[in-house]
Design a protein around this ligand. Structure first.
Ligand code: HEC
Length: 146
């Protein structure tokens, strides 16, 4: 089933990297996967930043917050395989309880922001959005300085 989807993606001209033809999760695939999800977060937060600065109309705030919440949940899952490398420091796995608590907190706060935006409108969600997006707090401890 996935193979058929993959074939369609290839025909659609999309880059699927090294995924085909083997589905075995090699170490580099695991690293690529979590980095792609982090890049999604980065792009969505940057788009939200444009809106907050007034550079872009604010009519898609709710969906940006929803995508961020979904990507936060994907991100939490993507670090479960213990594969060192990429920009991750080994402490991700040696201090796993703390790392996964930070991930869960990130997931819960971004989910709450998305739900608040849907239920009470974007202004209610944006008022304390920076508290949900503490990307740097985690990077300072768990990501290599580039
Ligand atoms: C709980 C920890 C944690 C949180 C929260 C977190 N990150 Fe990360 N992030 C990491 C780690 C660890 C890496 C290194 C991943 C790797 O290369 O193995 C990373 C890598 C990245 C990268 C580099 C990806 C690449 O292509 O190499 C970007 C960009 C990024 N994060 C953006 C964000 C943004 C934006 C947020 C907040 C909205 C965020 N991160 C929240 C832990 C976190």
């Amino acid at each position: 089933m996935y193979r058929r989807l993959l074939t369609s993606l290839v025909f659609a001209g999309l880059t699927v990297g090294t995924v085909a033809p083997a589905f075995a999760a090699e170490a580099q695939d695991t690293i690529d996967y979590r980095q792609r999800i982090m890049k999604t977060l980065d792009a969505q937060v940057a788009a939200l930043g444009q809106i907050l600065s007034g550079a872009t109309p604010d009519d898609q705030v709710v969906s940006h917050l929803e995508v961020i919440a979904l990507a936060a949940a994907q991100s939490a899952k993507s670090f479960e395989p213990k594969v060192e490398g990429g920009e991750s420091l080994p402490v991700v796995w040696t201090k796993w309880d703390d790392f996964s608590a930070k991930m869960k907190d990130f997931e819960a706060k971004t989910r709450a922001a998305a739900d608040t935006a849907k239920a009470q409108g974007k202004d209610a969600a944006l008022s304390n959005i920076l508290d949900a997006l503490r990307c740097k707090d985690c990077h300072d401890v768990y990501r290599k300085k580039m």
